[in-house]
Design a protein around this ligand. Sequence first.
Ligand SMILES: *Cc1c(COP(=O)(O)O)cnc(C)c1O
Length: 343
Amino acid sequence: MRFIDLRSDTVTLPTDEMRQAMFEAEVGDDVLEGDPTVIKLEEMAAEAVGKEASMFVVSGTMGNESAIYTHTKCGDEVILADNAHIVTHEVGSAAVISGVQLRTLRTDKGYLDAKDVEATIRKENNIHYPETGLICLENARSDGSVVPIDKMADVYAIAKKYDVPVHLDGARLFNAALYLNVDVREITKYTDSVMFCLSKGLCAPIGSMVAGSKEFIERAKKSRKLMGGGMRQSGVIAAAGIVALTKMRGRLHVDHENARLLADELSKIPNIKVDLNRVQINMVFADMSGVGKDDSYIVGKMFEKGIKILPSEDGFMRFVTNKDVTKKDVLYFIDCMKEICLS
Ligand SMILES: *Cc1c(COP(=O)(O)O)cnc(C)c1O
């Protein structure tokens, strides 16, 4: 049975073109002299985000964590938003792997405020103080919102003033660029390193990229090896990444349009609250508490109808559109939701 899967954009299946490219990929040992297909992907990714070099990693988490490891030393402080993926959804690995202290800032608007960052950066060489080793930004944010470029630019200017590096968690960087209607390089010029995922809306089966200066990526590759991420004939999966980067970026607008449709229609169902202003990329968040039905009941009924959704997290159900969800699927989902919630 074919399911309509709205749990995430990580569920996207590789396209036929990806499978063909994987089949045909020219490969080598990437730990030894470099795999030709991986090298090609790394060059393309670096170029796409306007950096000197990039490295192919297994996951977004590995990408963020190797960037943190490379930028910092044990005991450093890393400034980031309290709702950043790095602090909420990466298993505490910044502490485990890099031995850094995450200094989270409250973000009412969903992004770091440059003034707060400046106030938090350690300026004196006080014997009690850790050193500020890194500032981490996120765009698009995992709550589906996009950070305006000028807000990133403000933080970047402060970071440069105090000579602190900036890393961008850009898991959905291309979705952010689409929403802002800019080339991704307009975003990534305000960060020293960036991670983006090939395996989310871009539909690759596996993989993320970390980009930065040539010197940074050389050192980051050593941290990737340390984390067990030195892969051998990884051109087999990098081949799908190349298709993701070249062919799948151009269709992300379909996911955004479907999310908009889903949000508009969902908001018309009585007792479901959707903040339409927050629908900026391919994600819709709905407060279902007014419906008077348990999440497990709604999730179970949806499953019976061939739709996979997740229960609420922090009071919101999240619905994510992706390549394998059509406009017709969205309308079917809305019909099912009406039936479940209004019966
Ligand atoms: C998904 C995601 C990650 C991590 O990617 P994985 O490949 O799941 O490890 C990091 N940051 C953000 C904002 C994400 O949405």
